[in-house]
Every structure is written in C-alpha cells, then in structure tokens.
Design a protein around this ligand. Structure first.
Ligand code: SAH
Length: 292
C-alpha cells in the first residue's frame, strides 16, 4: 500500500508550527509537529494511524515531510519529521485558470482536475451570464480550497493552487498579469494548440473559459481590447468544466509540462504492433506495385 499522504493547511498546525512550516527550510528532521484540524481527522479517524505509523505530508511551504506518529491525543497527534524534501513536481509555468462557475458538483470536479493538471491559480469568475455567482469570500471558496488541497496530496503535488476571490472579467483582466487566452466558440479564433505555442518560454499564462450562456459581446470586446487572444477548442461545444480542463491539458502539453519526470526510471519500449503491421503492409503494397 502507498504511504498515506496529506496536505497540511495552516489551520491544522499550532500557530508556532504553522509559522515555521510556511517558509521552506526551518523544519529539520527530528522536529516534532503537532497536527490538528482536518488533517488530524483524516490521519487518526479515517486512516486510523497510531503510534509508530509513518505518513507523508505536504507542508504549507511546499516541502514534503516524511513523518512518524509519536502520540495520538483526543483532537491532535504529534509526529516526528524524519525527512524533508522539495520535489520538482510543480509546473514551471504559472497557469491561472479563470473559469465562469458552473453548478456545484461540476465546479468541484473542475477544481480537482485542474489541480491534478498542475494549475497554479483558479479564479472563479462572475461572468455576466453566469447562473452561479459566488461571493468573493463565500463558503464555497473554503470548500474549493479543501478540494484543491486533497487533490494536491493525491496527485503528488507539493503546493495547492491558490483560489483567487471571485470577480468579474474586467476585474480579472486587471488583476491577472500575463498573456490571456480566451476560449470563444466562434469562427475567427485561433486553435488553442497553435495559440499556446506562441507563448512558449513565458512564465505565466491565463486560460479563461466562459459560462454556459457564453460570453457577452461586451465581455469579448473588453478582453480583446486588453490584449486577450480568442481561441477555439474545435467545432464541438464543450461544457464549461470540460472546456476548462481539456484546454488546460492542451496548454500544459504545449508548454512542455507533460514530459516524463526527470530522473524517473526508464521503461524499455518495443515497436508497437500497429507500426509493425503498417511496415508489413507497406512491403505488401510494394510487392503488389512490383507485379502491376
Ligand atoms: N452558450 C454557448 C456555449 C458555451 S460553452 C453556445 O451554446 O454556443 C461554455 C464556455 O466554454 C464558452 O463560453 C467558451 O469559453 C468555452 N467553450 C466551449 N466550447 C468551446 C469551443 N469549441 N471553442 C472555444 N471555447 C469553447
């Protein structure tokens, strides 16, 4: 079984531990960390870890700690850090996903999948035709942050994406720097893969997806005036969450973020059977050609 892995929120740690854990470096092997909150519930109540059990945790600083449980109390446990590492799993390009908020469970899915794909920031957009209009500091933000932390731990990432306060497209254009790619299901746009390849080498990129009702003409006008590139995902209309996640995968691939991890153990690859068949077919065709 894989070693249990949790992402620690600052609220899972005592104030002093949270302060130390927020900055990379100061937690050294041997340090004892008191863990409460959601992480404690998960480790002690769900996974039923007890004294001597080992687990991994992603600290708020992005470090990965290996820990051993030393004691379990009523609402906290104490674990000793045995190893500290900073794995290279975060994307080199900071992609901000600006997404008009779809209905509840669809947004949950979007947050989880975008996190797995390596998104750096998620901005729940209050587009003009949005049905869901989350408030800037609403309870749903806390829920999405929790989902993002869980997906961070599950996917082996070390830093959860930042959930930015919900806002309008105009506000988002002003507050999110970097080239903007705006998904627009209309002719006259550029295909997403071609559009991203123009931004290879940049450190930041914004990927924006509109609501089910589509962007208003005013929103498109504002975005284009601000320099956004209108891009297509093809002739099929995708739902918000599909467009967001599929587009993010294309962006990551085009930016080279889907290459195998460095230092990973290799796999010997054989020529795939369909290529062998194709080669045999070509020889047969040649034979036919020779006889004709
Ligand atoms: N109301 C529109 C569809 C909106 S789909 C209609 O019926 O035509 C929701 C959002 O996903 C859109 O605002 C757009 O940003 C994005 N999207 C969906 N399919 C797309 C495509 N084929 N190309 C570009 N963007 C797309």
């Amino acid at each position: 079984m894989r070693m249990p892995r949790v992402a620690l929120a600052p609220s899972d740690l005592s104030d002093a531990a949270a302060a130390r854990a927020a900055a990379p470096g100061p937690v050294a092997p041997g340090a004892r960390i008191r863990i409460g909150g959601d992480a404690f519930q998960h480790l002690a109540r769900v996974l039923r870890l007890s004294r001597g059990d080992r687990f991994a945790a992603v600290a708020p600083s992005g470090e990965e700690w290996q820990l051993t449980v030393r004691s379990v109390a009523g609402d906290y446990l104490v674990a000793e850090v045995t190893e500290v590492a900073v794995p290279e799993v975060e994307a080199g390009v900071a992609v901000t996903l600006v997404a008009a908020v779809p209905r509840a469970e669809r947004m949950d899915w979007l947050v989880e999948k975008a996190t797995e794909l390596g998104v750096r920031e998620i901005l729940p957009l209050r587009a003009e035709r949005c049905v869901m209009r989350p408030e800037p500091g609403g309870g749903r933000l806390a829920r999405w942050e929790r989902l993002a932390r869980a997906a961070t731990a599950q996917s082996g990432r070390v830093r959860p994406p930042r959930l930015l306060p919900a806002c309008s497209l105009t506000e988002a254009l002003a507050s999110c720097p970097g080239p903007w790619l705006l998904a627009l299901e209309r002719a006259g746009t550029v295909g997403l893969p071609a559009a991203v390849s123009r931004f290879k080498g940049c450190r930041r990129l914004v990927w924006a997806v509109g609501p089910e009702g589509g962007w208003t003409a005013a929103e498109v006008g504002t975005a284009i005036a601000a320099g956004a590139v209108a891009v297509s995902l093809g002739p099929r209309i995708l739902r918000v969450e599909t467009a967001a996640v599929a587009g993010l995968a294309v962006v990551m691939a085009a930016l080279g973020e889907m290459a195998p991890p460095r230092g990973a153990e290799g796999v010997a690859q054989a020529a795939p059977p369909w290529e062998r068949t194709a080669a045999a077919a070509a020889v047969a065709d040649d034979d036919l050609g020779g006889r004709a």
